[in-house]
Design a protein around this ligand. Structure first.
Ligand code: SAH
Length: 264
């Protein structure tokens, strides 16, 4: 797919482009070259301020539009309207844009858009390293066999549905990667989720906590379901709960590797 970014129409053409990118978890080293190229070519960059800080620095002349994280659909519409007017727009997400992030919001906005100019926008979605992948790599290979990713945020779906999914996922013995585990607005939900998981998984189940992965303040902790304290978890943490097969092996430095075997 080399050359995709250079296919983006130049500024000033009657229809612009919208490229939805994933920055990876934080560091430049974990950002793909095609995402860096799209950012360099942008006339307009949109995103939540924290992600714009990760995406910069920007060159003079690039217009940077910061927005509040809660207004995802508005941000998607803003990006589409700028692109429809001819701009070369990049919309940034952390991690992968298709994992609990902006790519789905853009497609939702597009599905309901009446302006034909929005439908003519050249749309590209560029993947990134998602938080669970980056944390998993530091820990070893906890996602080495079947796993699922769940967001614990009930901003967009009912809590009862989250609990139902947790129950079914535990029954299926999948490794769980939990995103948006706990926020100031939802301080108790992680504890409620844990209660559901603890009904079905044993106290010695391996748990990996990845906090600020590839960012300053990076912390990786390996613990167990029995010892896990909800206070260890916040919105900058991705939580990986092992399956019954997930195990640890000692490392010579006193630490351990965590992995889930591929066959049994
Ligand atoms: N699109 C992003 C996820 C956005 S949802 C991705 O693919 O990674 C936001 C959640 O992702 C956070 O609450 C946290 O659970 C997780 N997350 C994002 N970046 C992280 C990082 N650098 N370290 C740890 N967790 C992170």
């Amino acid at each position: 797919m080399a050359g995709r970014v250079s296919e983006v129409p130049p500024q000033g053409s009657d229809t612009g482009s919208l490229t939805v990118v994933g920055l990876g978890p934080g560091s430049q080293a974990q950002r793909t070259p095609e995402v860096s190229a799209a950012l360099a070519a942008a006339t307009d960059v949109l995103g939540y301020q924290t992600y714009l800080d990760l995406a910069g620095p920007f060159r003079p002349g690039q217009r940077v539009h910061a927005s509040d994280n809660r207004e995802e659909l508005d941000r998607a519409r803003h990006a589409l309207s700028l692109a429809a007017a001819g701009a070369r727009v990049v919309l940034v997400s952390s991690g992968d844009p298709g994992v609990f992030a902006m790519a789905a919001a853009v497609l939702e906005a597009l599905e309901h858009a009446e302006d034909p100019a929005w439908h003519r926008v050249a749309l590209h979605i560029l993947p990134g390293v998602s938080a669970a992948q980056a944390a998993a790599a530091l820990a070893g290979a906890p996602l080495g066999h079947d796993f699922c990713a769940l967001s614990l945020s009930d901003n967009l779906k009912p809590w009862a549905e989250i609990e139902r999914r947790l129950t079914l996922v535990c029954e299926a013995d999948l490794v769980l990667a939990l995103y948006n585990p706990r926020s100031k607005a939802r301080p108790d939900q992680f504890a409620r989720a844990l209660a559901v998981i603890r009904e079905q998984r044993t106290a010695d189940t391996v748990v990996v906590l990845g906090r600020n992965i590839a960012r300053s303040g990076e912390q990786l902790e390996v613990t167990t379901l029995g010892k896990l304290d909800p206070e260890q978890v916040d919105m900058r943490t991705v939580v990986i709960i092992g399956s019954s097969r997930t195990r640890r092996i000692e490392r010579p430095d006193g630490g351990c590797w965590v992995y889930t075997p591929r066959y049994y």
